[in-house]
Unconditional design. Structure first.
Lengths: 298, 433, 280
C-alpha cells in the first residue's frame, strides 16, 4: 500500500524535471564533458577532423615550457585575471552591502536610489562600455575635464585597472545589493530592538546581529561574485584591449583568441581548453574553500 | 491571477512565435556544400528570407562600415537598378566579424555568402585554409575581367598556385594629411617637394612643440610601423614563412618614434589625433585614405601626401587592397555568371568608391578628371612607392604589432624584449597551423 | 531617540547621494553625446552639453541602408528570441523547481546538488564544444542556437525553489486532500503565489538573452538574423568610430530591457528571498 503512491509521485516528479534535464544534458553536460576531454587533444574546431588525443602535452606546454608563447599567454592571462578578482570581489561585496544598509535606513528617495543602483545591471556589456569609454578619454572625457587632469585612464597602470574595476562595480553591484536588501528585510526586528534596549551601538549591532543573520546570503554572494569575476572578459577587451603592456589581458581573452582566431589561421582549441580547464579547476577550488569558510554547511 | 494571465500570454506568444519560426523553415540553406545530414534537416529561418528570394540574390559580405559602407551601397543600388536577374544584397560588418564568421560559415555550410570582400593580405592563408572557390571558369565565361584593366599591384596577388581566387576592388593606404595653415606656419618650404622627411621633422618640430602643437601622430601603430620599417628595407619575413621582425631596422623605427613622443613631436598616449587635427593642434596626420570623407566634413584646410619618410627619394607608404572573393560553396554557373556581371560593373561605375577616399583598382579611373582632382589620386601614380604586404601570415604579424608597437612607443615595454617576444609569438602561431 | 534615527537617515542619504552622482554621470553624458553632431565631437574640445542639440544620430539610425544594418529586423529578432527564451526559462525552471521543492523522488538531492554545483562551473570550458554541438544539431544561424543553450540555468531554479520553500506546505496539502493533482497544485496554487520570483526570473531571463553579446557573434553570421546587442557593434565604424551614432544606438537598444526593469523592480525585494533557504 505504501509503495504505490510513491511510485506515482516518482513518475510525476520526473516529468516535472524532464524538460530542464534534457536541455541541461545536451547543452551543459555533454559540452562540459567534451570541453574537459578537448584539453587533452589537439583540435581545430573549424575542421571536420576529430580531436587527436595528445595526453598531457597541452598542460606541459602552458605550465612548464617557459620558452613557449602559450606559456607566456597563460601566465599573464591567469595572473591578470587573479589580480582583477582580488581587487573587484571585496569591493563587489562591501560596497553593495553598505548601499543596502544605507537604503535600508529608508532615507529620503530611497526607492529612487535602489532603482538607480540596480539599473546598470540590465544593460549589455557593449552598452556599458560604450557609455564609459568616452568618460575615460584623455582630452574629451568627462572625468579628466571634471577634475582638470590629463590622466590617460585606459593607457597606463594603475589607472587601467581602476577604470576596469570602476566599470565592473558600476555595472554589477545591483544584484548583490538587492540580495542584501532582501536579506536585511528578514533580519529579526525584535532582536534589534532588544539590542537597542541593551544599549548596543550600530557597529556592534551590525557585527553581532545583522551579519550573522544574513550569513547565508553573504556566503552565496561571495562565491557567485568570485565566479563571475573570474569570468572577466568584455570589460578589458573593449576598454583596454589587454593593454598597457598586456597587463589587463585576461585569460578569457587569451582563450577566445586561440579558439576563435580573428587574425586568421587555425583554431587551437586543445590548448585553449587546457587553459579553460586550469581556470575552472582554480575557480572551483576557491569557491569550495570560500563556502567552507564563509558559509555554514547546508 | 495576474501571474497566471501573464504566463499564459507568454506561453501563447512564444508558441505563436516558435510556430512562425518553424513554419517558414523553407529549407533555403543555400550552403550546398554540406553533407547529407545538412540536407535532410530543415533550416529554421525567419520569414524575411524565403527560399525563392535567396536563390535569386547574390549575398555579398563586406568589411565596409560608415562612409565606405554607404558608398558601396550606392554602387550596389546602382547595379540593382539595372534590373539584373540576380540582385545583390549587401551586408556590411566589422572586419573582425567577417574574418571570424567567414570560416565558420564555410565550415558549417549554412548561410555562406556568394561574394565577400577580403583584404589582399588575407588571401594566401584563407586560400590554404580552403575558404575560397577558384574564379577562373566564371571569369573566362564573362570575358570582361582581364588583367590589363586592373592595377597590377592589386591584380597580381589574386592569383595563387596558378588559379585566380580574387578580383581587386581598390587600393587603399595610409597617407599623411597635413594642415596647410600649420605647414605654412611651422614647416615653411618643407612640402615644396611634396615629401616630408624625418630630417625635416627634426628641424621644425621643436618650434611647433614649443607652441604645444604636435608635428605627427600615433594613429594606427601597425601601419605606421610597417611603412617606416619598409622604408629602411625591413622585411616581414626573409623566407616567406618565419617572421623576421627582431632586427635593428625595426628597433630603429621604434626607438626613433619613442624619442619623438618623448620630445613632444608626436602625439601622446591616449590622445585623439583626428580631434587634435580638427582643432589645429597637429600638423601631420598619418591616416587612411578612408578618412577623407570624415576630413571633408570637418572645416580643415588640408592636403595629402606620402608617408613621412626616412628617405626623401622613397616615401614608401603602407597600402592594402580590398578584393572580391567567392567563398567556398556549391555554386551554380548562372549565379557565378551573375557575380561576374556585378564585378565587371565596377569597371565603369567606381566613382562613388573614389569619393570616399579609396583608389579604385580599375586602370580607367586614373584617366578620369574627377578622380585626378581628388586628394588621394597621387597614390596610384607610382606603384613602387606603395608597400603591400605579401606575407602569408600577415594576420599573425599585425596581431603581434597591435600588441607591442604602441606599448614600446609610449615607453611601456622594452624594445628588445618586445621584438624578441613577439617575433617568437608569430613563429609559435605559425607552428600551430 | 528620534534624533538618532534622523541622523542615521541623513548619513544614509548623503552616502547614497554621493554614489548616485557617480551612477548618473555616465548615463547623462551618453545622452548628451548622442545629441551632438559627429562634426561637433570631432572639431571641438570637451563640453558636457551639445552646442546645437540634434536628433541626427537617431534619425540616421533608422534611415541608413536597411540591407546592411537592418535595425528593425535586429530589434524584432531580439524581441522574439528574448520572449521565447523567457517563456521557456519560466516554464522549465518553475516545473523543476516545484519538483525539487515539493516532490519526493529518487535522486532528488543528488540531481539538485549537481545542478546547483554547475553555478560555479566556468562556462568557458563549454563554450568551444557548445559551438560544435549547435553546429551538429544544425542550429547555427537559427534563433534556437540563442534560446536553447541558456535555458537550463541553475540560478533560476535555485531562486524559484527557495521562494517555493517559503510558501506554507499546508496550502498544497489541503489541495491534495481535496483531490488536486500535482500539476494542478503547481499550476493553480504555486505559480500564482510565486508571482514575485517569477517576475524577477523572467526579467533576468529576458535581459540576459537581450544582452547576450559573445555567443550570438559566434553562432549567427547572417546579418539578417543578428540580434540587436551584437548588431549595434556593426554600427560602430571599422576604421573610424562615430561616438554620437554609437550612443544613440546604445540608447535605443536598451529601451525594452529598461521598460521591463521599471515594471519588475517592485518585485525585487520579495523575489530575491534567498532567506527561505535557511528556514525551509
Amino acid at each position: 500500500m505504501k509503495e504505490r503512491p510513491k511510485k506515482k509521485i516518482d513518475l510525476t516528479a520526473y516529468l516535472f524535471i524532464a524538460p530542464q534535464l534534457i536541455l541541461f544534458l545536451i547543452f551543459f553536460v555533454i559540452p562540459a564533458g567534451m570541453g574537459i576531454y578537448a584539453a587533452f587533444t589537439k583540435w581545430d574546431i573549424f575542421s571536420s577532423q576529430l580531436p587527436q588525443f595528445v595526453g598531457l602535452d597541452n598542460f606541459k606546454e602552458i605550465l612548464t615550457n617557459s620558452e613557449s608563447t602559450y606559456y607566456r599567454f597563460f601566465r599573464t592571462g591567469f595572473t591578470n585575471t587573479l589580480i582583477f578578482v582580488l581587487i573587484s570581489v571585496p569591493i563587489g561585496i562591501v560596497l553593495p552591502l553598505l548601499l543596502a544598509l544605507a537604503i535600508n535606513q529608508k532615507p529620503f528617495a530611497h526607492g529612487f536610489f535602489q532603482s538607480l543602483f540596480y539599473m546598470p545591471t540590465v544593460l549589455s556589456i557593449s552598452t556599458v562600455i560604450l557609455i564609459w569609454y568616452y568618460m575615460f578619454n584623455k582630452n574629451l572625457g568627462l572625468i579628466n575635464n571634471f577634475f582638470h587632469t590629463k590622466v590617460n585612464w585606459l593607457g597606463i597602470q594603475p589607472y587601467a585597472w581602476i577604470a576596469i574595476v570602476l566599470v565592473t562595480v558600476w555595472w554589477t553591484i545591483g544584484t548583490n545589493m538587492v540580495i542584501y536588501l532582501a536579506a536585511l528585510n528578514g533580519v529579526n526586528k525584535d532582536v534589534l530592538e532588544a539590542a537597542d534596549v541593551d544599549g548596543a551601538g550600530p557597529v556592534k549591532k551590525f557585527f553581532s546581529i545583522v551579519i550573522p543573520s544574513i550569513r547565508n546570503q553573504l556566503a552565496y554572494t561571495v562565491v557567485l561574485t568570485t565566479v563571475a569575476q573570474f569570468n572577466i572578459y568584455g570589460q578589458p577587451l573593449m576598454l583596454t584591449n589587454g593593454g598597457p603592456n598586456n597587463s589587463t589581458n585576461v585569460l578569457l581573452m587569451v582563450i577566445r583568441d586561440l579558439a576563435f582566431p580573428s587574425f586568421g589561421g587555425k583554431s587551437i582549441s586543445g590548448l585553449a581548453s587546457a587553459m579553460a580547464l586550469m581556470l575552472g579547476a582554480v575557480m572551483i577550488l576557491i569557491a569550495l574553500l570560500q563556502y567552507r569558510f564563509v558559509g555554514d554547511e547546508e | 491571477m495576474k501571474v497566471k494571465k501573464l504566463i499564459s500570454v507568454l506561453l501563447a506568444s512564444s508558441m505563436v512565435l516558435s510556430l512562425a519560426a518553424c513554419g517558414s523553415a523553407a529549407g533555403s540553406s543555400d550552403g550546398g556544400s554540406g553533407n547529407a545530414a545538412d540536407a535532410s534537416q530543415t533550416q529554421t529561418q525567419t520569414q524575411s528570407s524565403s527560399a525563392a528570394e535567396s536563390e535569386k540574390t547574390i549575398e555579398f559580405w563586406s568589411v565596409f562600415t560608415g562612409g565606405d559602407g554607404e558608398a558601396m551601397q550606392e554602387i550596389v543600388d546602382a547595379y540593382n537598378a539595372t534590373n539584373p536577374e540576380y540582385k545583390v544584397v549587401h551586408r556590411m560588418m566589422a572586419q573582425e566579424d567577417l574574418y571570424q564568421n567567414l570560416p565558420l560559415a564555410v565550415q558549417s555550410g549554412t548561410d555562406v555568402p556568394d561574394l565577400a570582400i577580403n583584404h589582399v593580405d588575407r588571401l594566401q592563408l584563407n586560400k590554404e585554409n580552403d575558404i575560397y572557390l577558384p574564379m577562373d571558369e566564371y571569369i573566362a565565361a564573362n570575358g570582361k575581367i582581364t588583367a590589363d584593366k586592373y592595377n597590377a599591384a592589386a591584380w597580381n596577388p589574386g592569383e595563387i598556385d596558378g588559379k585566380r581566387y580574387a578580383v581587386p576592388l581598390d587600393v587603399h593606404g595610409y597617407l599623411t594629411y597635413y594642415n596647410k595653415d600649420l605647414v605654412d606656419k611651422y614647416y615653411p618650404g618643407a612640402l615644396d617637394d611634396n615629401v616630408i622627411t624625418f630630417d625635416e621633422i627634426a628641424q621644425f618640430a621643436p618650434a611647433a612643440a614649443a607652441d604645444g602643437v604636435y608635428s605627427y601622430a600615433y594613429t594606427w601603430g601597425r601601419n605606421e610601423f610597417q611603412e617606416w620599417y619598409a622604408q629602411l628595407g625591413g622585411k616581414a619575413s626573409e623566407d616567406g614563412t618565419e617572421p623576421s621582425l627582431n632586427n635593428d631596422k625595426a628597433k630603429k623605427v621604434l626607438t626613433d618614434w619613442k624619442a619623438a613622443v618623448d620630445n613632444g613631436w608626436c602625439t601622446q598616449d591616449g590622445d585623439d589625433p583626428t580631434n587634435l587635427f580638427g582643432q589645429g593642434q597637429l600638423v601631420f596626420l598619418p591616416e587612411g585614405t578612408w578618412m577623407i570623407g570624415t576630413l571633408n566634413s570637418m572645416d580643415v584646410n588640408y592636403g595629402a601626401t606620402y608617408a613621412i619618410t626616412y628617405d626623401a627619394a622613397k616615401p614608401i607608404s603602407w597600402a592594402s587592397s580590398h578584393q572580391f572573393v567567392m567563398p567556398k560553396k556549391e555554386q551554380t554557373p548562372e549565379k557565378g555568371a551573375a557575380i561576374m556581371d556585378f564585378l565587371a560593373f565596377f569597371q565603369d561605375n567606381s566613382l562613388p568608391w573614389a569619393q570616399v577616399g579609396q583608389c579604385p583598382a580599375v586602370n580607367a579611373i586614373t584617366e578620369n578628371d574627377e578622380f585626378k582632382a581628388m586628394p588621394q589620386a597621387f597614390f596610384l601614380s607610382d606603384p613602387s612607392l606603395t608597400y603591400i604586404s605579401d606575407y602569408k601570415y600577415y594576420g599573425y604579424m599585425v596581431g603581434a604589432l597591435d600588441a607591442f608597437v604602441g606599448e614600446v612607443v609610449f615607453g611601456k615595454m622594452d624594445v628588445d624584449e618586445a621584438l624578441s617576444t613577439y617575433n617568437q609569438q608569430i613563429s609559435d602561431n605559425i607552428k600551430n597551423q | 531617540m528620534k534624533k538618532k534615527v534622523s541622523l542615521g537617515k541623513t548619513l544614509a542619504f548623503v552616502f547614497c547621494l554621493l554614489f548616485a552622482i557617480i551612477w548618473i554621470a555616465p548615463l547623462s553624458q551618453s545622452l548628451m553625446t548622442s545629441l551632438k553632431s559627429e562634426k561637433e565631437i570631432k572639431m571641438s574640445g570637451y563640453s558636457f552639453f551639445p552646442e546645437n542639440p540634434t536628433f541626427e544620430s537617431y534619425t540616421d539610425l533608422f534611415s541608413t541602408r536597411s540591407d546592411s544594418t537592418p535595425i528593425m529586423k535586429w530589434f524584432i529578432n531580439s524581441l522574439i528570441t528574448s520572449t521565447v527564451s523567457t517563456a521557456l526559462v519560466l516554464i522549465i525552471s518553475s516545473t523543476s523547481a516545484f519538483a525539487y521543492a515539493r516532490l519526493q523522488f529518487k535522486g532528488r538531492n543528488l540531481l539538485f546538488g549537481i545542478i546547483m554545483a554547475t553555478m560555479i562551473f566556468p562556462s568557458v570550458i563549454n563554450l568551444i564544444p557548445l559551438y560544435k554541438i549547435c553546429a551538429a544539431l544544425n542550429l547555427i544561424n537559427t534563433k534556437w542556437a540563442l534560446i536553447l543553450p541558456g535555458a537550463s540555468g541553475a540560478f533560476n531554479i535555485f531562486l524559484i525553489r527557495q521562494f517555493m520553500l517559503g510558501i506554507p506546505k499546508e496550502l498544497d496539502e489541503a489541495a491534495r486532500i481535496d483531490g488536486a493533482s500535482y500539476f494542478q497544485i503547481y499550476y493553480k496554487i504555486m505559480l500564482p503565489l510565486c508571482a514575485p520570483v517569477l517576475t524577477v526570473v523572467g526579467m533576468f531571463a529576458f535581459t540576459g538573452s537581450w544582452n547576450d553579446f559573445l555567443w550570438p557573434t559566434l553562432v549567427i553570421s547572417n546579418v539578417d538574423k543578428m540580434t540587436i546587442t551584437p548588431g549595434m557593434q556593426i554600427l560602430k565604424g571599422t576604421y573610424d568610430v562615430y561616438p554620437s551614432h554609437a550612443m544613440a544606438g546604445g540608447i535605443v537598444s536598451v529601451i525594452p530591457t529598461f521598460v521591463l526593469f521599471l515594471f519588475a523592480q517592485k518585485y525585487f525585494i520579495r523575489g530575491m528571498q534567498l532567506q527561505s533557504a535557511v528556514k525551509g
